[in-house]
Design a protein around this ligand. Sequence first.
Ligand SMILES: [Zn+2]
Length: 241
Amino acid sequence: MSDKVADKLVEGCHVLADDGQGDLIWGHVSVRDPARTDRLLMKPAGIGLEELSCDDVIAVDLDGERTSGTRARHIEVFIHTEIMRARPEVKAVVHTHPPHAVAFSSLCRKLLSVGHEGSMFCDGLPVFERTSDLIVTADLGQAVATCLAGHNALLLRNHGIVTAGRSIEEAVMTAVLLEKACKVQMLAEQAGGPKVTTTLEEARIKRERIYNLQSLQAAFDYCVRRHRARPHAGCAHHSHG
Ligand SMILES: [Zn+2]
């Protein structure tokens, strides 16, 4: 197991927790093991996103079987394994239940580029509608992967979000941006609905300018610094500096 990648996974979970995407002990992040691309490192079940430390991280194979670590795996592991199986370029997957995105998913509205964040999803945000229940089988995981297709994110209607990235940083920041895009649009909806939104052409330009890999990395690094500066930051992971 790569400690460096496990460290990054822990940071990603903490960033999501700080963004309010922790849902008690639910919500999870995985990353492909660079040493064995048919293996994933993953947050285990039973602990909160903000509680995760490197010692807790487990590894699973593409069938969802745990191959290392002692903690239990999330029963929705198939979201991660089937997306990784379908898309070799995907290195990290996030699944959380952020409140604004969940509420937005129930409105059956198209996500618009109300603010900058919406432009991240201007080429489409699929919605998974087969069930609002948990994704607990490989078959359902495959259906989610098919719905996601080549996109960077989808909504699981009345359930949550899934994001996929070429790195943990990209997958995590995509989840942060999706929750904010849903929040901003719902603010506009509450005030009578958006009257003007960014055009597709301009949204694509903005996405390249603001949300390129380098910018997402810088934003992620900032979120990690902000997390470490918080007064509660006292777990073993933080004492490494
Ligand atoms: Zn879920």
